[in-house]
Write a protein that binds this ligand. Structure first.
Ligand code: MSP
Length: 638
C-alpha cells in the first residue's frame, strides 16, 4: 500500500501582488512534495488564495471596484507565480469557490451541533491588516503587536467559538505529539501562549459583507480565519469526496507549512476547530522565518519588496529555488541579498556541481570517446566515496524528517565536494598517460558518472530542470521526474556503454566583477554630484502634505506622463507626473502619498499641474512614497 502525503501552503491574501515571501513557502512545499515522491509517497500539494474579509472589502473600495473584481484580478497572479516557480501543485483553491463555501458552512454547523458556538457581543480591538482580534493587554499605543498598524475598536454582535473549553486537550495533544509543532523553539512559544489562558473566539462579523454567510444568522459573515483555515479540508474533499478525504486527510501524513507570523492561527485555532468538528489533526505544522531584503524589512512603501519574477528572470528558476532553500536553515529568518545569491550560484552551482559535471564529461570525451566503459578493481578512494555516499543518504533522510532543506543540501554538497576531491586524488590525466591503467581510469570515470547520476536525483526536488539536464548530458534516457531514492541506494545505476552528451554549462558563472565595476562607476558618479547644504529656514519654505489620489489616468499624447486628481484635505488639485512607466493608473487610486503643495504651478502638455509627488528615485525605478491609510489627506508633513 502506498504511503500518502498531503502538504499545504498558507492561502495568500489577494490584496497585493505575490512577493518573495509567498514564493518561499510555495517553493518549500513543492520541494517537500517532490522529495516525498522520490521516497515513494503518493503526494497531494495544495496552494491557493484567501479572498474574503474586511481587508479585501476595504482594498476593493479604495480601488473603486467590487471585492469580486479585486479577487478575480489578483488570484490569477498567484496562479501564474506557481507556473513561473515550476511548482507541481495538485490543486489551487480559492475561498470564493462554491465547494469551499459549502465546506466552511459544514464545519461550522458541526461545531455548532457539538454545542461549541454561542451568541454574544464582541467589544475590543481589531487589526484589519492581520484580520485578528487583539486583546487590550497586548496592544501598546493602540498598535497591532504583530504588524504595528493602528488598531480599530469594534463593538458588534458576534457568535463565539468555545476555544477555552479545549485548552487542556490541546496542550496534552502537543505534549503527546512532539512533531506536531516545529521547529521545537516555536512549539515552546505556542505552549506558553496557551498556558496564559485561551479565550473564546469571535467567529462572525456583522459590520461588513464580504464573507461566507453564517447559515444560522444571515446578518453575519464567518470570521475570515475560520473560513480560510477550512481550505485545507475543502481541497481534499471534506464536503464532496469522501474517498479522497479518507485518503489524504484520514490516512495521510499532513503537513502545513506557514510563516511564523501565522503560527498561532494554525497551532491553536485550527486544531481546536478540528477537535470540535471531530476530525483528525494534522501531523505537523511547520513555521518558517521571514525574509528581509538587503538587511531591511520589506515593505511596499520602501519599495524594496523582492519580486520573484525579477529574480527568476535575472538568475533562472533553479538557481532562485536553490538559493531560497539553501541560504537559511528552514525556520530561521533570512536576508535576501543580491551579493549572496550571486556568491551561492557561483560557488555551489557553477563551481562545485557545474565543474564536477563538466570535468567528468570532458574526461570521458577525451579518454573514452564519450562512452562510459566497464573497468576493473576498487581502491581506497573508491571505497571512501561510496561510504560517504551512503552516509549522505542517511543524513538527507534525517534532515528531511524535520524539513531541514538547507542542511540536507549541505550534505549533498559535501558529497559533491568529495567527488571533486576524488578527481584530484585519482588524477585521471596521469592514469591516461600510464601504461596498463586503462581499467583503473574506466573505474574512476564510472564512479564519477554514477555519483552524478545520484546527485541529480537528490537535487531534483530543488532544481527539477537542471537535474533533468544533468541526466541528459550523462546520456541517461529515462525521465528523472519518476526517479526513486529506493533505486539509488546501491552503487551502479549507470549502464555501461552509455554515450554521454556534453552540452553547454548548466550553471553559467555570473561575472560579479563586471557588476561590481558598474556599481563602483555609479558610486563615483554620485560622489561628484554632491548637493550643496541648505539652511533649515530654506527647507521650511517647502510645504508638504499627505495627498489622497482620487483619480488617475493617462495624459493624451504623452507616453511618460500621468494626470491625477488629488485631495489635500479641504482642497482638490490636478497634478501631472512622469510615472506612466512605473504604474498602472488604476492601481494608484485610493493611495495616500507625500505631496509638495506650494510648488509654483506649471503647464505640462497643456495641463496645469498644481504640485508635485515625492518619490524615491533609483536608476531603474521611481516609486511614490506611500503613507499609512489611517493618516487623513491634508495632514502636514514636517
Ligand atoms: N491569508 C493568510 C493565511 C491563511 S492560511 C489559512 C495570510 N496571508 S498572507 O498573504 O498575508 O501571508 C501568507 C504567507 O506569506 C504567510 O505564511 C507569511 O508568513 C508569508 N510571508 C509574508 N511576508 C514574508 C516574508 N517577508 N518572508 C517570508 N514569508 C513571509 O497570512
Amino acid at each position: 500500500m502506498s504511503k500518502n502525503f498531503y502538504v499545504t501552503t498558507p492561502i495568500y491574501y489577494v490584496n497585493g501582488e505575490p512577493h518573495v515571501g509567498s514564493a518561499y513557502t510555495t517553493v518549500a512545499c513543492d520541494v517537500l512534495a517532490r522529495y516525498k515522491k522520490t521516497m515513494g509517497y503518493d503526494t497531494y500539494f495544495l496552494t491557493g488564495t484567501d479572498e474574503h474579509g474586511q481587508k479585501i472589502e476595504e482594498t476593493a473600495k479604495l480601488k473603486g471596484i467590487t471585492p469580486q473584481e479585486l479577487v478575480d484580478n489578483i488570484a490569477p497572479k498567484f496562479k501564474e507565480l506557481c507556473k513561473s516557480l515550476n511548482v507541481e501543485n495538485d490543486d489551487f483553491i480559492r475561498t470564493t469557490e462554491d465547494r469551499h463555501i459549502k465546506a466552511v458552512q459544514k464545519i461550522l454547523n458541526k461545531v455548532n451541533d457539538n454545542g461549541d458556538i454561542y451568541k454574544g457581543d464582541y467589544e475590543g480591538l481589531y487589526c484589519v491588516s492581520c484580520e485578528t482580534f487583539v486583546p487590550k493587554n497586548q496592544a501598546e499605543d493602540n498598535k497591532c503587536p504583530d504588524c504595528g498598524k493602528e488598531l480599530r475598536t469594534v463593538k458588534e454582535e458576534s457568535y463565539f467559538f468555545k476555544m477555552s473549553k479545549y485548552q487542556d486537550r490541546l496542550l496534552k495533544y502537543i505534549e503527546d505529539n512532539p512533531n506536531f509543532i516545529q521547529p521545537s523553539y516555536r512549539k515552546n512559544e505556542v505552549i506558553s501562549f496557551i498556558k496564559q489562558g485561551l479565550t473564546d473566539l469571535s467567529i462572525s462579523r456583522n459590520t461588513f459583507e464580504w464573507g461566507i454567510p453564517l447559515e444560522m444568522d444571515k446578518n453575519h459573515v464567518i470570521y475570515v480565519w475560520f473560513d480560510a483555515l477550512t481550505n485545507y479540508l475543502t481541497a481534499v474533499g471534506y464536503e464532496n469526496n469522501a474517498e479522497m478525504f479518507d485518503k489524504y486527510w484520514n490516512n495521510s501524513e499532513v503537513v502545513h507549512i506557514v510563516g511564523k507570523d501565522i503560527l498561532r492561527f494554525h497551532a491553536i485555532i485550527w486544531p481546536i476547530m478540528l477537535m470540535a468538528a471531530g476530525e483528525k489533526l494534522p501531523t505537523t505544522i511547520f513555521a518558517h522565518g521571514w525574509w528581509t531584503a538587503e538587511g531591511e524589512k520589506m515593505s511596499k512603501s520602501k519599495g524594496n519588496v523582492v519580486n520573484p519574477h525579477d529574480e527568476i528572470e535575472k538568475y533562472g528558476i533553479d538557481p532562485f529555488r536553490y538559493f531560497l532553500m539553501r541560504e537559511v536553515n528552514f525556520g530561521k529568518d533570512g536576508d535576501y541579498s543580491q551579493e549572496h545569491i550571486v556568491d551561492k550560484i557561483n560557488a555551489d552551482l557553477a563551481n562545485d556541481l557545474g565543474n564536477l559535471l563538466n570535468r567528468t564529461l570532458g574526461m570521458i570525451q577525451k579518454y573514452f570517446g564519450g562512452v562510459i566503459v566497464e573497468g576493473k578493481g576498487e581502491d581506497k578512494y573508491d571505497v571512501q566515496i561510496k561510504e560517504m555516499y551512503f552516509e549522505t543518504l542517511d543524513k538527507i533522510e534525517k534532515e528531511m524528517e524535520s524539513l531541514q532543506f538547507g542542511k540536507s543540501l549541505q550534505a549533498i554538497w559535501a558529497f559533491i565536494s568529495r567527488m571533486n576531491k576524488y578527481i584530484d586524488e585519482t588524477m585521471p590525466w596521469k592514469l591516461d598517460k600510464e601504461e596498463g591503467q586503462k581499467d583503473r581510469l574506466a573505474v574512476v570515470m564510472y564512479n564519477l558518472t554514477d555519483a552524478l547520476y545520484k546527485v541529480a536525483v537528490l537535487v531534483s526536488p530543488y532544481m527539477p530542470e537542471s537535474s533533468a539536464k544533468i541526466w541528459e548530458q550523462l546520456g541517461i534516457k529515462e525521465d528523472i521526474s519518476q526517479a526513486q531514492v529506493a533505486n539509488i541506494r546501491g552503487w551502479g545505476n549507470v549502464k555501461y556503454n552509455t554515450t554521454v552528451k556534453k552540452g553547454e554549462p548548466i550553471f553559467p558563472r555570473i561575472e560579479k566583477e563586471e557588476k561590481e565595476k558598474e556599481e563602483k562607476k555609479v558610486k563615483v558618479k554620485s560622489k561628484k554630484k554632491k548637493v550643496p547644504e541648505i539652511l533649515f529656514d530654506e527647507f521650511k519654505k517647502v510645504e508638504m502634505k499627505v495627498a489622497e489620489i482620487l483619480e488617475a489616468g493617462k495624459v493624451e499624447g504623452a507616453d511618460k506622463l500621468l494626470q491625477f486628481k488629488v485631495s489635500i484635505g479641504d482642497e482638490e488639485r490636478v497634478v501631472v507626473s512622469g510615472l506612466a512607466k512605473y504604474y498602472d493608473p488604476k492601481d494608484l487610486v485610493g493611495k495616500k502619498v507625500l505631496f509638495v503643495s506650494n510648488l509654483k504651478p506649471v503647464k505640462l502638455r497643456g495641463v496645469l499641474s498644481e504640485g508635485m509627488f515625492l518619490t524615491t528615485v533609483e536608476k531603474k525605478s521611481i516609486k511614490l512614497i506611500e503613507i499609512d491609510q489611517i493618516i487623513p489627506a491634508g495632514t502636514n508633513i514636517a
